[in-house]
Design a protein around this ligand. Sequence first.
Ligand code: KFV
Length: 155
Amino acid sequence: MYTRHDTAVTTPTPAQVLGPVVTAIDHVGFAVPDVDEAIAFYTRTFGLTLVHEESNEEQGVREAMLAIGDSQIQLLGALRPDSAIGKFLDKRGPGIQQVAFRVTDITVASQRLRDAGLHLLYEEPRIGTAGSLINFVHPKDCGGVLVELVEPAAH
Ligand code: KFV
């Protein structure tokens, strides 16, 4: 029987801590060869609404966000061939490049995942879409899926 001093009772598991921190699928990222063509396709074919566009020089991407309810798809085009998207398109062709989990606190989420032995790509969070803070879990640690963590900017 557990006592108050057993670690099984007193030490929360990563899941217990992360459960309330991970709140939604923020977006699913699609690598595309032509962002304008992809915007036209998803707005005309699926009736999605374009809600945001920007270029992120550090990441080497041009991106467009299209809303689906409270979530979004992110169309990602390469600004440079040696960017993450450029390399992805070259090696794999167009398709799903990432799934982004929305988190309430990226520092807590990143540390908990590191404590659980996962490799986070960045030491410190970087700037993502619309001033959000982002980090990534290496796909090798997530069954072949590139998982992005996103803490949206406070509005
Ligand atoms: N999904 C799954 N597996 C992937 C992958 C992906 N997106 N990218 C690479 N891999 C696998 C690849 O198949 C290979 O496996 C291994 O990872 C190394 O691939 O079994 P294999 O063949 O060894 P490389 O060498 O092609 O790629 P690498 O140079 O290592 O870069 C992979 C990675 C994940 C480190 C790189 O793509 C990266 O730094 N990604 C994070 C940044 C990013 O993706 N930026 C673009 C999106 S910007 C964004 O989302 C923003 C701004 N935002 O706010 O949302």
